[in-house]
Design a binder for this molecule. Structure first.
Ligand code: COA
Length: 416
């Protein structure tokens, strides 16, 4: 079956997570993604945090499915020659090297544009061009600190905290994918390629825009009514960490359920949506609160919100998180069990939708990965195993016109 990105050829010069997450998604949607890796070692994640000796780590396999692997030493003349040929017949080159690495290899934007004016060159860097930190190498947590996520995550009496979600890495890769697809559509109109650049700091900040909203509200009025610090605590002049408070206009909190003493995830997230106040009271058996002026508006509830949460926790005491949600969903209350990774891995709905999917790998056998979070009515996304290092080198070289003797000579020239 044809895929929307069939015929789009991508040179995947990415490593670790931010770049690979982007190119993996484009490969799922049909692009021919050729991952260019250093002979001998390849992407560092192949060997990071291994669970099986000498087998590509899950870190690699879960970010590089549906791709081909071409080993090429692009610092040697023979490797540069192959890369030039690839550039001439590809649509996109994606890279997330440290600042200046591609230029030092001799592949500046100008040179690539000269080789193929239709080429889209897409880059991830820690900070944007011209930023006073533009020379810095950056990993996930560095970006979360630079983009405002860490200062606003965690509890007010603890240090800045990073999120387990890859806000700096995969999130930046997703922004880059949007940039690439936009440039591809733009190219249909202009016939020209362009440079697409996304910084990790900017991508984190893009997800933290409500915190910049809050800074401006705080500057103006001196308090933030939806934060736990209001109305009993104090605000400084910077947005505080709000624990598990809801970030919008709906107060919410993580609440204990039956078994929390021994199960670290026996909790639900409970949201008190303004217009759902009556159903909440009914669900809790507190019908007297429905018309009580001390409780029946969001403003009236705010100064006793933690007392209300305590009442809900008492109601939750004899219910598991799943039982609680099964009751609350009938009352139209936005809530969810706090899901552990073990529960997610086994979740029948996630399996059925393909969001959690089992993939076969030549060396490791079966493993679980996260499938496409984007679902289409006409396109089926099939996830295939990640390539072994250099698995497609001969095939790609042959497609570029190299005969078997030339392929053998290239292997020799690149031997490590
Ligand atoms: N053949 C020959 N050389 C290769 C090669 C290949 N196939 N692939 C990479 N290299 C070289 C690069 O040219 C570079 O050489 P140079 O520094 O001598 O010019 C070298 O490998 C190292 O590249 P670099 O990307 O700087 O690796 P690093 O391990 O020092 O840094 C990061 C890793 C992730 C910190 C850095 O790449 C970075 O900041 N990237 C941008 C932001 C980013 O994406 N962060 C990670 C998100 S998961």
């Amino acid at each position: 079956m044809s895929k929307p990105l069939d015929g789009i050829k991508i040179i995947d010069f990415t490593h670790v997570q931010a770049g690979p997450a982007c190119t993996q998604m484009l490969a799922w949607f049909g692009a021919d993604v050729i991952k260019v890796e250093r002979p001998g070692s390849g992407d560092v994640t192949r060997s990071q945090l291994r669970d099986i000796p000498d087998v590509d780590a899950l870190y690699f396999t879960m970010l590089n499915s549906n791709k081909k692997s071409l080993t090429l030493d692009t610092k040697k003349p023979e490797g540069k020659e192959v890369l030039e040929k690839l550039i001439k017949e590809s649509d996109v080159l994606v890279e997330n090297f440290g600042p200046g690495a591609l230029d030092r290899m001799g592949f500046t934007w100008e040179r690539i544009n000269e080789l193929n004016p239709k080429m889209i060159v897409a880059s991830v860097k820690g900070f944007s061009d011209g930023h006073h930190y533009e020379d810095l190498k950056v990993y996930e947590n560095v970006a979360q600190c630079a983009g405002g996520a860490a200062s606003t995550t965690g509890f007010w009496d603890g240090p800045p905290t990073v999120s387990a979600a890859a806000l700096g890495d995969t999130n930046t890769g997703m922004h880059l994918a949007i940039g690439i697809l936009t440039a591809l559509i733009g190219r249909e109109k202009t016939g020209k390629g362009q440079k697409v650049a996304v910084s990790m700091q900017d991508s984190v900040l893009n997800l933290c825009r409500v915190k910049l909203r809050d800074q401006q509200r705080l500057d103006r009025i001196g308090y933030l009514e939806e934060y736990p610090q209001y109305p009993h605590g104090k605000f400084s002049d910077v947005v505080p960490r709000g624990g598990n408070a809801g970030g919008g206009g709906q107060p919410g909190w993580v609440l204990k359920c039956k078994g929390w003493e021994t199960d670290p995830n026996a909790y639900i997230y409970f949201t008190i949506q303004g217009h759902a106040w009556a159903p909440i009271c009914k669900a809790l058996g507190k019908e007297e609160w429905i018309e009580d002026k001390a409780y029946n508006t969001a403003a009236a509830r705010q100064d006793k919100i933690f007392d209300i949460f305590a009442v809900i926790e008492r109601w939750l005491k004899d219910k598991t998180k799943f039982e609680a949600v099964d009751i609350l969903r009938k009352f139209d209350i936005p809530c969810s069990p706090v899901m552990s990774m073990k529960e997610i891995a086994a979740d029948p709905s996630l399996r059925a939708s393909g969001t959690i999917t089992e993939v076969d790998h030549k060396a490791r056998g079966k493993y679980l990965t996260v499938g496409s979070p984007i679902k289409f009515s006409e396109t089926t996304v099939e996830i295939t195993g990640s390539p072994l290092l250099g698995e497609h080198t001969d095939e790609v070289l042959a497609s570029l016109g190299y005969n078997p003797d030339q392929v053998a000579a290239l292997h020799l020239a690149q031997a490590v």
